[in-house]
Design a protein around this ligand. Structure first.
Ligand code: PLP
Length: 433
């Protein structure tokens, strides 16, 4: 399998090169030359296969000969070594829980796969890989956990002081080892600017083998296609067409779903559920894509005004907007609707949703108003306790942390504090490479 640049299809690279470089030089995005298709019998037999078997079959189509069979089997089984339960909430609505990984948000799968693939490609090299990431919360936590202890890789994680949740901060700062947390006295944009500056700093580049683990790397979305196969195999549907609702920000996860459908998974409707950042919803309504500045909401991981995977979503349909709208519907909701939804779900089903999952459920409700004949699946992308302040705002009565999080919160965290790029550069330089 080769990957081309969405800006210039004549630029084609291998899986390995696409993963190692992240982004083509022309600043397009890497896109698979063809969407691989799976045999009908394989889809029909899904419920008789283990998650590992499904994962190997799906992912090997993307990695081709670049990873040998035994290594890929090891990598995928380490990537998905937790549960992906799909439970019925009501007769026609189920929830796919993607928060059973180590940092309790769905980004664990992409981060675990990326770390192991990078390490595999770097085995024969004497030089370590140095990963730089800026985070507004969940990505940093997933990357810290996913890369922790992975051989041959050091990771610098920049996060904005006082602007991520307590749980997320501890997930980033309590590990040490090959994980270097950096607390930036500034905003998320400042963190991102410093990462970009370091990546293009010739002094540093002559010493370090830099890469990033951000969500545009193909190794982040390829393993996310698995969620949809895992949901399907649990058969919480009967007879009717299937619609899946995906709480979306950068649209990496939604793009993964499109790829799964392209590979043969029989989902008939994909619902893009957005918060008040409605760039995509507006695009579906008007055919006009107009990026906006992001606004802050309680589903903060979806506060994106110019989703970076939009280009891939459009490319999937070869720019045919009618086809796109046949498969995808989109809706946006504001914080008061989201808060009310969290309250209603807890009262009606005794189910506590985090703010992102609640937006996913709202998408189901909205679509159901006019389309009754579906079985619905919505994604719960994080455990509610990562956003405890917001939850306690919506739900009466005591809501406790799970044991795992209580233990985490009692740990010490440590990070290097910086304010300027020069301080960041000095810190990188102080580490053995
Ligand atoms: C990142 C994130 C999302 C958005 O996913 P995209 O792939 O960026 O659309 C939704 N929910 C949670 C909890 C997240 O961390």
């Amino acid at each position: 399998m080769k990957y081309y640049s969405t800006r210039d299809k004549s630029i084609k690279v291998s899986f390995k090169e696409a993963v190692l470089t992240g982004i083509p030089l022309d600043r397009g995005l890497y896109f698979p030359e063809t969407i691989p298709s799976l045999e009908t019998e394989f889809i029909e037999e899904l419920s008789n296969l283990s998650n590992e078997e499904i994962a190997f079959e799906c992912i090997s189509k993307f990695s081709g000969k670049d990873i040998d069979e035994a290594s890929l089997k090891r990598i995928v089984s380490e990537t998905i070594n937790f549960k992906f339960p799909c439970n019925k909430l009501s007769d026609d609505i189920s929830v796919l829980e993607l928060f059973h990984g180590p940092t309790m948000a769905f980004k664990d799968v992409g981060a675990r796969f990326t770390s192991r693939v990078l390490s595999y490609f770097n085995l024969s090299s004497k030089k370590k890989i140095t990963v730089l990431v800026a985070t507004s919360g969940d990505t940093g936590a997933a990357v810290a956990s996913g890369f922790y202890g992975v051989e041959g890789v050091d990771v610098f994680i920049l996060f904005p002081k006082d602007r991520i949740s307590k749980v997320q901060e501890k997930q980033i700062t309590s590990l040490s080892g090959n994980i270097y947390p950096v607390e930036v006295n500034g905003s998320f944009d400042d963190c991102q600017r410093m990462v970009k500056e370091a990546l293009t700093d010739n002094d540093l580049r002559s010493k370090f083998n830099f890469t990033t683990a951000n969500s545009i790397n193909i190794s982040r979305w390829i393993p996310q296609t698995l969620y949809y196969f895992f949901a399907y195999k649990q058969k919480t549907y009967n007879g009717r067409d299937i619609a899946v609702s995906i709480p979306s920000g950068n649209f990496g996860n939604l793009f993964s779903c499109l790829v799964a459908v392209g590979m043969g998974l029989p989902f008939q409707k994909v619902i893009a559920s957005n918060n008040f950042n409605d760039t995509f919803t507006k695009f579906i309504e008007s055919n006009i894509y107009k990026p906006k500045k992001s606004v802050k909401t309680i589903s903060s991981a979806m506060d994106v005004g110019d989703p970076s995977n939009f280009i891939r979503v459009v490319e999937f349909f070869l720019n045919d907007y009618n086809k796109l709208r046949e498969l995808i519907s989109a809706y946006s909701f504001d914080d008061s609707e989201t808060k009310n939804c969290i309250k209603v779900l807890s009262e009606k089903y005794n189910y506590i949703c985090d703010p992102h999952g609640a937006v996913g459920y709202l998408g189901v409700q909205k679509h159901k108003e006019k389309n009754k004949d579906f079985n619905y699946i919505f994604l719960e992308t994080a455990h509610f306790s990562k956003f405890m302040d917001e939850i306690r705002d919506c739900i009466k009565g005591p809501v406790g942390y799970p044991k795992k999080i209580e233990q985490l919160l009692s740990k010490d965290g440590e990070s290097h504090h910086i304010k300027t790029y020069l301080e960041f550069k000095n810190y990188i330089n102080s580490i053995d490479y």
